[in-house]
Design a protein around this ligand. Structure first.
Ligand code: FAD
Length: 412
């Protein structure tokens, strides 16, 4: 996701939308682990041999230390679609005791599949990144179980409202997420049972005693047996520490060759009762230098209600995004609003707005000759995934997460 990320900028610049948790000082077992018999937080059920002079409290502490030492500690960096899916697949694949953590620099889950909420009414939402999911016949077969699961849970529904100018290929199906596109990511995060920490920006990865010591902008570094990175490729190259030496020259070139388009998204949130009187739910614009796509986002997702207002999403063209990448969000918002007024004159005043810069929007060149992932180190494992290793859409992320699992299968 863009998040305004820039090599010279600190992670704190990325800001967040809503939720944050305090930095983790000492890592407790995940709630899922804690609930397992024999792994309770009070040590009940643990078979720890008694030693002369042991008091019950000493014995409990020793049991807890032994449990922690036996537990595989896994970190996934990035709470976008690839990271959340990797976390869910790792949870399923690892049978033994597991502490699974997921860190993201942003303030909420979704990455480039973010759904922003109106500060006036959390039910008024807007998909600022990915808009809908196009499933080709090839992926309908290959990723059938993923589509079936999301459809069965009502997380995906067929796109039924009209999107003008959309290119439709024979055999393709299109889906929307009624609760917002980030609900897909949140589904996999919940399934993973991972401890999730927002506003945790990874800065360094070092090898210490055969474990990965991962540093973040705030709080103490933590050690893990296995790390999966799912940030865009330029953000992998920004990381400092021993990781720099584990990236071979060829891998560095492959990562550096991943390129992305840049664009802005503007979300406009309206009060309940307001009407956006257009005959479409989305429209591709081909004749404007600034605006490429507009959607009445709630209508696109079939969620019109008297209890919350409509929301509009505007995506800029890539040339506009590239030209204005370093401008302030206020300036950019003003420019987009002027062009919007020319396309849709007389729109009502929104009650809230959100301007999002996507520095890393969609992959235009993926890493050459990479099987959906890049293994930087095997023992202990350090693997990268994400759409930079495949292609920029739902199926690209699934393909990458499955490749990450394939790379790790003999090491977990
Ligand atoms: C404007 C736009 C429109 C799109 N439209 C569609 C569409 O209609 N359909 C479709 O299928 N796809 C679409 N896509 C593409 C799709 O959104 C992406 O392919 C997908 O979301 C990528 O997911 P990811 O998990 O690989 O990466 P990301 O979603 O980018 O997740 C990476 C995460 O890593 C975090 N991160 C980065 N650096 C650090 C760090 N140092 N420490 C901690 N965390 C870090 C980021 O905060 C981010 O949450 C669109 C994307 C954009 C931007």
């Amino acid at each position: 996701m863009g998040f305004g990320a820039h090599p010279a900028r600190s992670c704190a610049d990325q800001g967040g939308l809503s939720r944050s948790r305090p930095p983790l000082q000492a890592s407790p077992p995940s709630p899922v682990q804690a609930a397992r018999p024999g792994h309770g937080p009070d040590g009940r059920g643990d078979k720890v041999a008694a030693r002369a002079g042991d008091t019950p409290s000493l014995r409990r502490r020793r049991a807890s230390r032994e449990r922690a030492a036996a537990m595989l500690r896994v970190l996934v960096v990035g709470a976008g679609l690839t990271g959340s899916l990797c976390a869910a697949l790792l949870r399923k694949a690892i049978a033994g005791p597991l502490y699974l953590a997921l860190w993201d620099r942003a303030g909420d889950a979704g990455g480039r599949m973010i759904t922003a909420k109106s500060p006036h009414n959390p039910r008024c939402t807007a998909d600022l990144g990915a808009q809908y999911i196009t499933c080709t016949p090839h992926y309908a077969k290959k990723h059938r179980e993923f589509y079936e699961e999301l459809l069965a849970h009502g997380i995906l529904e067929p796109l039924t409202s009209p999107i003008e100018g959309m290119k439709v290929q024979e055999g393709d199906s299109n889906f929307v997420a009624p609760q917002g596109i980030s609900s897909i990511v949140k589904h996999y995060l919940k399934k993973s049972g991972a401890e999730i920490f927002f506003k945790q920006c990874v800065t360094q990865i070092n090898l210490r005693n055969n474990k990965w010591e991962v540093s973040k902008e705030t709080g103490a570094p933590e050690q893990f047996d296995l790390v999966v990175l799912t940030t865009p490729a330029p953000q992998i190259l920004e990381l400092q520490g021993d990781i720099v030496n584990f990236i071979s020259e060829l891998q560095r070139q492959q990562l550096a060759s991943v390129s992305y388009s840049s664009r802005y998204a503007l979300g406009l949130f309206y009060e309940a009762g307001m009407k956006i009187d257009v005959p479409w739910a989305g429209q591709y614009i081909s004749s404007n230098p600034c605006i490429r796509f507009i959607s009445v986002d709630n209508k696109k997702r079939n969620i019109e209600s008297s209890e919350f207002g409509p929301s509009l999403v505007i995506h800029t063209t890539v040339p506009f995004g590239v030209t204005h990448l370093e401008r302030s969000e206020e300036d950019v918002q003003e420019l987009i609003s002027q062009q919007l007024e020319a396309i849709l004159p007389g729109l009502p005043q929104p009650v809230a707005t959100k301007c999002q810069k996507w520095r890393y929007s969609q992959v235009t060149n993926s890493a050459a000759n990479c099987p959906g992932q890049m293994t930087l180190h095997l023992h202990p494992s350090l693997v990268c995934g994400g759409d930079g290793f495949t292609h920029s859409n739902f199926d690209g992320c699934i393909a990458s997460a499955l490749s990450v699992m394939e790379a790790l299968k003999n090491h977990i």
